[in-house]
Design a protein around this ligand. Structure first.
Ligand code: FE2
Length: 131
């Protein structure tokens, strides 16, 4: 029979897998932009990255609410910032400013890496300590 501990360790493992997918989509975007791939291919990766990030952030935010997490607001501010930047990149790309995609995607990659290492790790520790 599964326990709350099983649930939590499974949800952390699931979250780690989601971070891997998110990072790999971002790396794919950086690569496509750096190689000057056609606009439709770059747009498709951007759309996938935005949709995946929306779903991933929503599931993380639901778990934070469920756990009455004490850093909820600042953590969600990071998510909002990342989605704002990704949507700005997509709007700029659709308007023909594709030259900016590689640099801005690299900035998002650094931001997401710091977010996962700091805020997501803190939340994972919180979940483990508040079963
Ligand atoms: Fe997060």
């Amino acid at each position: 029979m599964s326990t709350i501990a099983d649930f939590n360790s499974a949800s952390n493992a699931e979250t780690d897998r989601e971070h891997e997918v998110q990072i790999s989509l971002l790396l794919a975007l950086c690569g496509a932009a750096a190689e000057n791939r056609d606009a439709a291919s770059v747009a498709e990766i951007l759309d996938q990255l935005i949709a995946y990030s929306e779903a991933h952030f929503m599931s993380e935010e639901l778990l934070m609410r469920l756990k009455s997490y004490d850093d909820y607001e600042d953590h969600v501010d990071d998510h909002i910032h990342m989605l704002d930047v990704l949507r700005e990149i997509a709007v700029g790309h659709a308007a023909g400013n594709s030259v900016l995609v590689a640099g801005r995607a690299a900035e998002v990659l650094v931001f997401i890496g710091n977010h996962i290492d700091a805020r997501d790790r803190r939340f994972a520790d919180y979940v483990r300590n508040n079963l």
